[in-house]
Design a protein around this ligand. Structure first.
Ligand code: NDP
Length: 242
């Protein structure tokens, strides 16, 4: 049955691959990110790739409470209540803590941690009332292992893990599931500065993952009706290394 999928951060990278996968499955797709041109381009590509059903592209900064609320409302009014929410919007800025400005800490946490909290809050009431729905948040392997230069980023992703598990407990009795995908190094704009040497050294599978490989795992969690509060690592084995 066709579901309504809202993908925040769906214009590029992992989110775009998730949107593509769900479009192939015949679902109704809402792609959300800040850059409207990028959103429209992605929607156009999905249509050219065979997306036939209703769809929507919305420009929204996930850290803006009012915009998130308005975005979820417009998705609901156009496509119907959200059945599958994917939180893939995220930013990173590699810098040592000693050189990190307080404003940059706040801004990163607003996007990577408060953002998913806002989107989850915006959809979860309807999910609870309808006794159905699933949320997949996108964390990071550095939220589990830590990484120099990524103190704030890894804190945001570790926070997202705690948030995901707590929300999973809050809504499980209402049939709503909440899970976390934890990617390692994935080949997107975010990892354009990662050298081959770093990949070879830190990834047992000796290569970057593809956005499509993460999308496969997101799809698995979306359809796995007996899984909630779990953390699914998609990292080419990085977690095996100390
Ligand atoms: P990209 O930079 O390729 O894509 C990020 C997406 O998030 C874009 O669609 C971007 O669109 C959107 N976005 C960024 N900030 C905001 C915002 N404030 N409001 C709304 N949308 C926003 O990154 P990835 O696809 O690589 O990353 C996706 C997620 O996966 C992120 O949460 C990232 O932290 C996580 N991750 C990525 C890894 C990797 O190796 N690539 C590893 C581990 C985790 P726009 O700029 O138009 O807003």
């Amino acid at each position: 049955m066709s579901k309504v999928c809202a993908i925040f951060g769906g214009s590029r990278g992992i989110g775009k691959a998730v949107a593509t996968r769900f479009a192939q499955d015949g679902h109704k797709i809402a792609v959300v990110s800040r850059n409207k041109e990028a959103v429209d381009r992605t929607i156009q590509e999905l249509v050219e790739g065979g997306l036939k059903g209703p769809h929507l592209g919305v420009s929204c900064d996930v850290s803006d409470e009012k915009r998130v609320h308005a975005t979820v409302k417009s998705i609901q009014d156009t496509l119907g209540p959200v059945d599958i929410l994917v939180n893939a919007a995220g930013v990173n800025k590699d810098v040592l803590l000693l050189k990190t400005q307080a404003a940059d800490m706040t801004s990163l946490l607003q996007t990577n941690l408060v953002g998913p909290m806002l989107t989850c809050r915006a959809v979860v009431r309807s999910m609870v009332q309808r006794r159905t729905g699933t949320i997949i948040n996108v964390g990071s392997i550095v939220g589990m292992k830590g990484n120099p230069g990524q103190c704030v980023y890894s804190a945001s992703k570790a926070g997202l893990q705690g948030f995901t598990k707590s929300l999973a407990k809050e809504v499980a009795s209402r049939g709503v599931r909440v899970n976390l995908i934890v990617p390692g190094f994935i080949d997107t704009d975010m990892t354009s500065g990662v050298s081959e040497a770093v990949v070879t050294q830190s990834v047992p599978l000796q290569r970057l993952g593809t956005p499509a490989e993460v999308a496969t795992a997101v799809r698995f969690l979306a359809y796995s009706t007996y899984i909630t509060g779990t953390v699914l690592v998609v990292d080419g084995g990085m977690q095996l290394n100390t």
